[in-house]
Design a protein around this ligand. Structure first.
Ligand code: AMP
Length: 216
């Protein structure tokens, strides 16, 4: 199963991916997670990406496309994968199509997660991540059992630099301008399904997504 989760920052792509990878037994490929790991390790890529990420801007396509091409070559991707946060521009989507054509891979579905803007804002300001395992929590909607501590590994929770209110506004605008054209791009290719995720528990939304993806 090869699928893309499309949606604005705060739509829950990471949360739903975390559940979907257990169901479909394929890896989640989050370009945001890969970039954050590179920033943390101080790699060349991390150094180049950090400034863009802190502002809430997109990292240049040239830095992202090779990274994805490399990642999907890995052995754990042989039964498919779930892309979370990639592609984010029409140029990235075109490049992805080129990679798929070259490798004989077929995109099964793009899930377009729709969430109202004020809900997104609240989710993003409430989001906390684990410093150790990258686990996702939310002080409003998915609080950890112990304040500031990861339920899964006991690591310390922190607020991402780009989840501060001043940066969130910019990230939502960047999504509207640069990423939302992908909705029509994939709709025209007849691979897009809309999922309204403004209301409903996480497991209900996951059920809606598996209803669309089917059994694979
Ligand atoms: P995310 O965790 O998906 O919200 O990504 C965090 C940040 O990483 C974004 O605001 C961008 O700066 C950068 N980023 C992640 N994925 C991409 C991508 N596909 N293209 C460009 N920049 C990206």
């Amino acid at each position: 199963m090869i699928a893309i989760l499309l949606g604005p920052p705060g739509a829950g792509k990471g949360t739903y991916s975390g559940k979907l990878i257990d169901i479909y037994k394929v890896p989640q490929i989050s370009t945001g997670d890969i970039l954050r790991a590179n920033v943390k390790e101080g790699t060349e890529l991390g150094k180049k990406a950090k400034g863009f990420m802190d502002k809430g801007a997109l990292v240049p396509d040239s830095l992202i496309v090779d990274l994805i091409e490399d990642r999907i070559k890995a052995d754990d991707c042989r039964n498919g994968f779930l892309l979370d946060g990639f592609p984010r521009t029409v140029e990235q989507a075109d490049a992805l199509e080129g990679i798929f054509n070259k490798k004989g891979l077929k995109l099964d579905r793009v899930i377009n997660i729709i969430v109202e803007r004020d809900v997104l804002f609240k989710r993003l300001t409430g989001r906390r991540m684990c410093k150790v395992c990258g686990g996702n929590f939310n002080i409003y909607t998915l609080p950890p059992k112990v304040d500031g501590v990861c339920d899964k590994c006991g690591g310390e929770l922190y607020q991402r630099n780009d989840d501060k209110p001043e940066t969130i506004e910019n990230r939502l605008n960047v999504y509207e301008k640069q990423t939302s054209p992908l909705i029509e791009y994939y709709r025209k290719k007849n691979v897009l399904s809309d999922i309204d995720a403004s209301k409903g528990a996480i497991d209900d939304i996951v059920k809606m997504i598996t209803g669309v993806l089917g059994k694979k």
